[in-house]
Design a protein around this ligand. Structure first.
Ligand SMILES: NC(=O)c1ccc[n+]([C@@H]2O[C@H](COP(=O)([O-])OP(=O)(O)OC[C@H]3O[C@@H](n4cnc5c(N)ncnc54)[C@H](OP(=O)(O)O)[C@@H]3O)[C@@H](O)[C@H]2O)c1
Length: 347
C-alpha cells in the first residue's frame, strides 16, 4: 500500500486501461504535491496484480475507490461512453477529476459533467495532454515572428491501423468511433494554434455499418480572418499523427503532433522560401513528458484552487472544455444533416 505525507494529493485510477500502463504508471509515481496511490478495476485479479507491481492500494470496484477517504482525486481512463457516469459519481464523492479525452459523446453530456463538478466544487480536467507540449508554443511563436507570413491553412491528420476487434472504439454504446477518439485532437489543436473558435464547421463521417461507429472522417473548419482547418482522422489507415501550417512565405510541419513519446525530440520542419530557393530547417527542440505535465498542472490547480487566479484559470479551462464540446457537436450535426453548421447555432 502506498504511503504519502499529509499535503500530498492522492490520486486513484478507475480501470486498468492501456493508456494507464503506457503513460500513467511510468510518469505518475511521484509528482510535486501528488502521488498515484490506488487502482480499481472490474477484474479483481488484475487490480491485485497492478497494485502489487506499482505499489498501489487495490479497490475491488470503481464505487469503492470513489467512496474512500484515502483518495483526493481520480484519473478516469474509461471508454468515452462511460465518462459521464463516472465523472459525475466522482464529483458527488468530492473527488477532483482528470478524465480522458474525449470527455463525452455530446455537448449535453459535457454540460452535465461540468455542472456536477461545479456543484461539488471540484476541479475538472479533460486529458488533452498534447496541449502541454512546448512544441506547439514553438509553432505559435514562429508564426507570431512573421517568419512564414500570414497563415491561412492548418492541415491535421490523426489516424491508425485497425484496433483489435473487441476494442471499445468499435462500440457505439461505449462512445466508440474515430471522431471521439482521434478527430477530437485535430480540431482541438486547430483551435489551440489559431487561438480562437471556428465560425463554421462542415464534416463527413464514414460509418462501418456492421460496427455502427465512424471509422473515418474529415472536416473543414472556417475560422475568423480567412483561416481554415482541414483535417482527417480514422481507424483503418496507415499511421498519421501530424499537422502543418501553410503560410504566405513558408510552412511548418509538426510530424509527431498529438501523441509523442516523452523521450522523443519533436521532429519539426520549418520550410521557407528565400530568393526563390526553398530552405528546410529542423529546429532543435527538447523531448518533453506531456503526460506528466498535465498531471502536475492538475495537482497544482487542486492545491491552489481557492486562490483568485486559480478561479479565473478554472473558468478558462471549463470554457475551453465547453468550446471543444460545441465544436464536436457541430461536427456531428454537420455529418447528420449534411450541411455546414455555424458554431453559434450550437449551444
Ligand atoms: N490522452 C491520450 O493520449 C490517450 C491515449 C489513448 C487512449 N486515451 C483515452 O483513454 C481511455 C481508455 O483508452 P484505452 O485505449 O486505454 O482503453 P482500454 O485499454 O480498453 O481501457 C479501458 C478500461 O476501461 C475499463 N472498462 C470499464 N468498463 C468497460 C467496458 N464496458 N468495456 C471496456 N472497458 C471497460 C477497463 O478497465 P477494468 O477492466 O480494469 O475495469 C478497461 O481496461 C479512452 O477514453 C481513450 O480515448 C487517451
Amino acid at each position: 500500500m502506498a504511503s504519502t505525507n499529509s499535503n500530498t494529493i492522492r490520486i486513484g485510477i478507475l480501470g486498468c486501461a492501456k493508456v494507464v500502463e503506457k503513460n500513467a504508471l511510468p510518469s505518475l509515481q511521484n509528482l510535486p504535491g501528488g502521488k498515484l496511490t490506488a487502482i480499481a478495476s472490474r477484474d479483481r485479479i488484475k487490480t491485485q496484480e497492478w497494485a502489487a507491481k506499482y505499489n498501489l492500494t487495490a479497490y475491488d470496484s470503481y464505487e469503492e475507490l470513489l467512496s474512500s477517504t484515502e483518495i483526493d482525486a481520480v484519473y478516469i481512463p474509461l471508454p468515452i461512453g462511460l465518462h459521464e457516469q463516472w465523472v459525475i459519481a466522482a464529483a458527488n464523492h468530492k473527488k477532483h477529476v482528470i478524465c480522458e479525452k474525449s470527455l463525452s459523446t455530446s455537448l449535453q453530456s459535457t454540460k452535465n459533467m461540468i455542472e456536477a463538478c461545479q456543484k461539488n466544487n471540484v476541479i475538472l480536467f479533460e486529458n488533452f495532454m498534447c496541449a502541454y507540449h512546448p512544441q506547439h508554443e514553438f509553432v505559435r511563436t514562429t508564426i507570431a515572428s512573421g517568419k512564414i507570413g500570414k497563415v491561412r491553412i492548418y492541415k491535421g491528420y490523426f489516424g491508425f491501423p485497425p484496433f483489435e476487434k473487441n476494442s471499445f472504439r468499435y462500440d457505439p454504446i461505449l462512445g466508440g468511433g474515430s471522431l471521439n477518439d482521434a478527430g477530437a485532437y485535430t480540431i482541438f489543436m486547430a483551435r489551440k494554434i489559431f487561438q480562437t473558435e471556428p465560425i463554421a464547421l462542415t464534416s463527413t463521417l464514414e460509418y462501418n455499418t456492421e460496427k455502427g461507429v465512424d471509422i473515418h472522417g474529415s472536416l473543414f473548419a472556417e475560422f475568423p480572418h480567412n483561416q481554415v482547418a482541414i483535417t482527417s482522422f480514422g481507424f483503418d489507415q496507415v499511421y498519421q499523427n501530424n499537422y502543418e501550417l501553410w503560410g504566405q512565405n513558408g510552412l511548418i510541419k509538426v510530424n509527431r503532433a498529438f501523441s509523442i513519446p516523452p523521450n522523443l525530440a519533436p521532429p519539426i520542419e520549418l520550410i521557407t522560401n528565400e530568393n526563390m530557393t526553398q530552405k528546410t530547417q529542423s529546429p532543435i527542440l527538447l523531448p518533453f513528458n506531456q503526460f506528466e505535465a498535465i498531471f502536475i498542472d492538475f495537482i497544482y490547480c487542486i492545491n491552489n484552487k481557492n486562490s483568485p487566479i486559480a478561479t479565473i484559470e478554472q473558468q478558462h479551462r471549463i470554457q475551453n472544455i465547453l468550446n471543444q464540446a460545441r465544436c464536436m457537436e457541430a461536427i456531428r450535426i454537420s455529418h447528420k444533416e449534411n450541411r455546414k453548421v455555424m458554431l453559434l447555432e450550437v449551444n
